[in-house]
Design a protein. Structure first.
Length: 712
């Protein structure tokens, strides 16, 4: 028996990007464990990835190309050869491209975060084809826009410095479920005397373990940050030297926040004025005492109408109190821009020139509407083909009824590259089996630490599965694309992923990275201790001329939700409950939902509801309910709990529809409306009503039908 240990990296949409060690015995992966020498993750894996062999060798793994035989959505297919699959895809795409290649749309996101299996060969293919471009907004583009306007780039506090903080604000996130290694360091800081405060409408697992939980109303985070700034200015809890040397627009900011008294802030946020005062005082005093005051801002605060502005306002706080001076202070939202990626070498956007005109851009968050639009001068050609990879839009995209209606079009040619028969794969004309992380080469940046990561293939591809890159190479060759870039191997692509001429990744060497598994970027412990922000002024910009030029308010502001009882009382009278749908601990977006052991742990779709709201509707614990608004409805089992504040219901997500009681999930009620900046979805800007079902029988029947369909 031959046993080897292969260095790999977790590919999933998580800030931790763990270094993996894969044990392979006679060509079979028998164990996936963390690399104990990897500084950010120290060999600890989440329950999902520690079971990665269960995913790779899953009995339902797609191992052969398939062609649809039933109606769209039925999930009925027949096995075909790769030659047949490629020939049919190329025939259909070529026919469409002759009319207008922009009628072809790629749809992808972070099913893998790898730079090779993500948008390298795929990007080259669609650029060369002249297809429509996809605006990838589904997760973090609102916060990224607001943060960049303020700080200049998504660069922030180094994960490895968090242990030294004395105050940690966990704002709009649940790191126990979604950022395990940050939480590990938070616990170390807590043992060292740090105080932890969670800011979240919902008392999550994380909030339960903090010293304080501030349960503000959904969509009001921007107002809370303005109220904090008011107190910091009014009580002179400011680092005047840092403000003078490293910020822009303080006098204008001072005037703006004067309006945001603790009383006004409290009324908007649904909390007490004392909470606003004490939060600001504790934050300012900690930073000014020369101790680490750190903010971990996550994605919960940006999935509302004013999400970009909320992220901007929170990003202003560290510069006011000089928190950036300390390695354990400042803020982290994402470390993505720390990595000097060579996107031009990876995806070759130079191939996309179409007679001097750029291809049209379609926002992935409005796919429901866009698949239903006819051709027009404003929109361009009707979408005639969608190629989905690294994504599951039928489960994940907002306003799901429209998404399903679009994918159900008989005249829409749909190709899906997948590991499993997801909700989206059920609507495909052709399904192509893709490799998992254990079966291909990749290189990774991260968004939670600052290590470049390598993934070596541990085993040969199972069945007839192929890496994304190889699939797009085959398509390119069959389309007659003869540029040399389509002949690049996966190692060739990985070798150009990071810029060798950039000081942070100077001397990047792919072969060395493959051997080691990981390498830290050249970054100081406190990136903005002496200023040097990546904004046009080189300063933290409280006033942003870029925002003004874009038609936005150049100063921090509050933008009320589209849907709340306060901002839309007419809608609130009909649908009086706010709803948010944060990630379930045992899933990762829609990944891992089909892993039986994880789904068993999660149970079934639940709705957490405050006792007052439940009693007012005659709803008891474990009752089956219908959650609905004008966009749609879903069913879930109620948990009566004060984890949800009054007026809020919480449905942990994202369930595959086929595993839900009624074949639906939380995105039945979410909206395709976009955020103030970044064109992002507003998943947590939702009003609903909840009613008790007369009996469990319809739900149970639906559950049985869904289970039977999944088994088939």
């Amino acid at each position: 028996m031959t046993t080897t240990i292969v260095r790999a990296a977790c590919p999933h949409d998580c800030p931790d990007t763990c270094a993996l060690l894969v044990t392979v015995k006679d060509g079979v992966a028998t164990e996936v464990r963390g690399d104990p020498e990897h500084p950010p993750t120290s060999g600890v894996l989440c329950t999902k990835v520690s079971r990665y062999t269960e995913r790779t060798y899953h009995k339902d793994r797609l191992l052969h190309p398939l062609r649809r035989t039933g109606k769209k959505g039925e999930g009925k297919f027949e096995r075909i050869s790769w030659e047949e699959a490629i020939a049919e895809i190329v025939q259909r795409l070529s026919s469409i491209a002759l009319r207008d290649p922009q009628a072809i749309l790629p749809y992808s996101y972070a099913g893998t975060m790898g730079m090779v299996q993500g948008e390298s060969m795929a990007g080259r293919f669609f650029n060369r084809l002249g297809a429509s471009q996809l605006e990838r907004t589904i997760c973090s583009s609102a916060g990224s826009a607001g943060y960049r306007y303020t700080v200049g780039a998504r660069i922030g506090t180094d994960l490895e410095q968090v242990n030294g903080a004395k105050l940690i604000l966990i704002w709009g996130g649940n790191p126990i479920a979604s950022n395990l290694h940050f939480w590990t360091r938070v616990q170390a800081a807590k043992r060292n005397g740090a105080r932890l405060i969670a800011i979240d409408p919902y008392r999550s697992l994380t909030a339960e373990k903090c010293h304080q939980h501030i349960a503000l109303l959904p969509g009001t985070d921007a107002a809370l940050a303005l109220g904090m700034m008011h107190v910091l200015v009014a009580e002179d809890l400011l680092d005047h030297d840092y403000i003078a040397r490293h910020t822009l627009g303080f006098e204008q900011l001072k005037q703006r926040v004067a309006e945001w008294t603790p009383q006004r802030t409290a009324e908007v946020c649904g909390i007490s004025a004392a909470e606003v005062l004490e939060l600001a005082r504790e934050y300012g005093r900690t930073a000014l005492a020369g101790e680490g005051a750190m903010i971990r801002a996550n994605y919960g605060l940006q999935r509302v109408r004013g999400g970009g502005m909320a992220s901007r306002n929170v990003a202003c706080l560290p510069a006011l109190v000089g928190a950036w001076r300390h390695a354990s202070g400042g803020i982290q939202m994402s470390t993505s821009d720390t990595f000097p990626k060579d996107n031009a070498a990876l995806g070759r956007p130079d191939l996309a020139v179409r007679h001097g005109a750029p291809a049209r851009i379609i926002n992935m968050s409005t796919i429901g509407d866009d698949l239903l639009k006819p051709a027009s001068a404003a929109f361009g050609p009707k979408v005639e083909a969608v190629i989905v990879y690294n994504a599951n839009p039928v489960a994940v995209a907002p306003e799901s009824a429209k998404v399903v209606e679009g994918f159900a079009r008989e005249d829409l040619f749909t190709v899906v590259l997948e590991h499993f028969q997801t909700d989206t794969a059920d609507y495909a004309d052709i399904v192509l089996p893709a490799t998992t992380q254990l079966e291909h080469v990749d290189v990774h940046a991260t968004y939670g630490h600052i290590y470049m990561m390598a993934n070596n293939a541990a085993i040969a591809p199972l069945g007839e599965s192929k890496p994304n890159t190889e699939i797009f190479r085959l398509l390119a060759a069959a389309m007659g694309f003869d540029e040399d870039c389509f002949k690049d191997s996966d190692d060739d692509i990985a070798a150009v992923a990071f810029r060798r001429d950039h000081p942070r990744s100077a001397g990047y060497d792919w072969d060395a990275l493959k051997e080691k598994g990981w390498q830290r970027l050249n970054m100081p412990a406190a990136p903005f201790a002496d200023g040097g922000f990546a904004t046009p002024s080189g300063k933290c910009e409280f006033y942003s001329a870029q925002m003004k030029a874009a038609g936005l308010d150049p100063l921090p502001d509050y933008i009320a939700p589209y849907e709340s009882v306060a901002s839309n009382p007419q809608l609130g009278a009909k649908y009086p409950l706010a709803m948010i749908s944060p990630p379930a601990r045992n899933f990762l977006n829609s990944s891992f939902v089909n892993v039986q052991s994880l789904r068993d742990t999660e149970g079934e779709p639940h709705l957490d509801m405050h006792p007052l709201d439940a009693a007012a509707r005659g709803i008891g614990a474990e009752d089956m309910v219908r959650i609905f608004n004008d966009r749609g409805s879903m069913q879930a089992r109620v948990r009566v709990t004060d984890k949800a504040r009054p007026g809020l219901v919480v449905g942990l997500s994202i369930w595959w529809k086929k595993f839900a009681a009624d074949g639906k999930n939380a995105n039945e009620v979410t909206s395709q409306r976009l955020t103030d900046m970044g064109n992002a979805p507003t998943f947590y800007d939702v009003l609903v009503q909840v009613e008790k079902l007369a009996t469990d029988e319809p739900a149970d029947a639906s559950r049985a039908a869904a289970a039977a369909a999944a088994a088939a």
